[in-house]
Design a protein around this ligand. Structure first.
Ligand code: PMP
Length: 439
């Protein structure tokens, strides 16, 4: 039996026993959450918080169907994938059915980072090349191999800089980048930066193994891509003998509303798709989906074994998540509520000059705050105040994103309702009014 400790004790012991680099939200007044339901988190004393930054518990905190699937299977068997098991094969069939041909093979792993690391190995095996192209400000995971391809980490505090095998393409930011909204050629122009990286490699006699992309850029600042960007970038990479990866760890499983996968917004079919976070609704599992040809090149004699990947409990949980997304029409729901949220925020922009840009798709959105719509000076301190006010006065949990820390990040569990959305918009209106008054 675990004793319920007070928050001061937990903070002290957490720092002492789990390392100072393990970050904590709202560190000045951390929350101790003991329960969850739908889009809500519940504190020890029963206080309910509207969770607007959790794309992990995608089908809703503690969804009863997912909980039941886990409980039932763990009572039957949980072991590695060395024996035949119905759930493993059924799940592989159901997951790959979410993709068009030729994406017919999946590998099961335990985290988004593991998925991306395996993707690098697959791409190197298939292409025989080593170099990787990534997009500026991206994050793809915490393993050494992924810090290497995450400018968000290697170019930030504690980072060791850009490794020699990695090339960084310009971030296609339609709001404050070199090519902006209204430029019909922006997608092609930004994709030229991918071509530039390929040419820089070629100058040294090298070719890319893999291009990392996301259908909507997360750490870049919740940025949808310009039309035709991935189409053009993928063409350059493939022409040079490389493979194209879509990292769906943040944005996959219907969050973007119109499609199951964010790269579908760009009308492309990647060679490798990695997924994590929402795949198990909080249970640690992840996957890589790829083509039979790429998978075959990886079967080069070295065994692939992953102790926990594809275990029966994870497979049953994964199946339950897919069932709930289908049965509750969550992808459609994300679209409807996401549109309501963005329409509402754009209406607020008419009265609140701080709102510079409202963007996203479905329930993956960013609201970028600026001090001036001419200079686009980032309003990071104002955003910090806004997030604090949303928490203390409205019990709404949010966070910031983007290279300038001035983008309000929105990615609630999919059951986030129309009522929750209106609660958020009213609170946003109130807080922006207070900030404008210097409050
Ligand atoms: N890719 C992206 C786009 C991510 O956002 C993350 C996690 N934030 C990862 C990969 C790594 O996933 P994990 O933390 O499960 O290893």
């Amino acid at each position: 039996v675990i004793v319920a400790r007070d928050k001061d004790f937990l903070v002290r012991e957490r720092h002492r026993r789990t390392g100072r680099s393990l970050s904590i939200a709202y560190s000045a007044a951390p929350l101790k959450i003991v329960g969850g339901e739908g889009a809500w988190l519940i504190e020890e004393d029963g206080t309910r918080w509207l969770d607007m930054v959790n794309n992990v518990c995608h089908v809703g905190h503690c969804h009863p169907r997912v909980v039941a699937a886990a409980q039932t299977q763990i009572g039957h068997l949980n072991t590695n994938s060395r024996y035949l098991h119905d759930s493993l094969v059924e799940y592989a069939r159901r997951l790959t059915a979410q993709f068009p041909d030729p994406l017919n093979v999946c590998f099961f792993v335990n985290s988004g980072s593991e998925a991306n690391d395996l993707a690098i190995r697959l791409a190197r095996a298939y292409t025989g090349n080593r170099d990787i192209i990534t997009i500026d400000h991206a994050y793809h995971g915490h393993l050494s191999s992924l810090i290497d391809v995450s400018p968000y980490k290697f170019a930030g505090p504690g980072g060791e800089g850009q490794p020699a095998h990695v090339r960084v393409a310009e971030m296609p930011d339609l709001y404050r980048g070199r090519f902006r909204y209204g430029d019909a050629e922006a997608g092609n122009r930004y994709a030229d930066s991918v071509k530039d990286q390929i040419e820089a490699l070629a100058a040294h006699g090298r070719r890319p193994a893999l291009f990392f992309s996301e259908g909507i850029l997360g750490t870049g600042g919740q940025l949808p891509l310009p039309d035709n960007y991935l189409n053009q970038a993928f063409a350059f990479v493939r022409e040079a003998g490389g493979l194209c990866l879509s990292d769906e760890v943040q944005v996959g499983f219907g969050r973007v509303g119109r499609h199951m996968w964010a790269h579908e917004l760009q009308g492309v079919v990647p060679d490798i798709v990695t997924m994590g976070k929402p795949i198990g609704n909080g249970h640690p599992m992840a996957a890589v989906v790829t083509t039979e040809a790429i998978a075959a090149s990886f079967a080069n004699g070295m065994e692939y074994f992953n102790t926990f990947g594809g275990n029966p409990v994870s497979a049953e949980i994964g199946l339950a998540v897919l069932d709930v997304i289908r049965d509750e029409r969550l992808t459609h729901h994300c679209r409807v509520i996401g549109d309501r949220l963005m329409d509402g925020a754009r209406a607020l922009a008419e009265r609140h000059g701080l709102i510079g840009d409202v963007r996203g798709s479905g329930l993956f959105n960013g609201i970028e705050l600026v001090r001036s719509r001419e200079t686009l000076e980032p309003a990071a301190a104002e955003l910090e105040r806004l997030i604090a006010g949303m928490k203390s006065r409205h019990r709404i949990l949010l966070s910031s994103e983007g290279p300038h820390h001035n983008v309000l990040k929105i990615k609630p569990p999919a059951p986030f309702s129309a009522e929750d959305c209106d609660r958020f918009l009213n609170a946003l209106d109130e807080e922006l009014t207070l900030i404008a008054k210097g409050g």
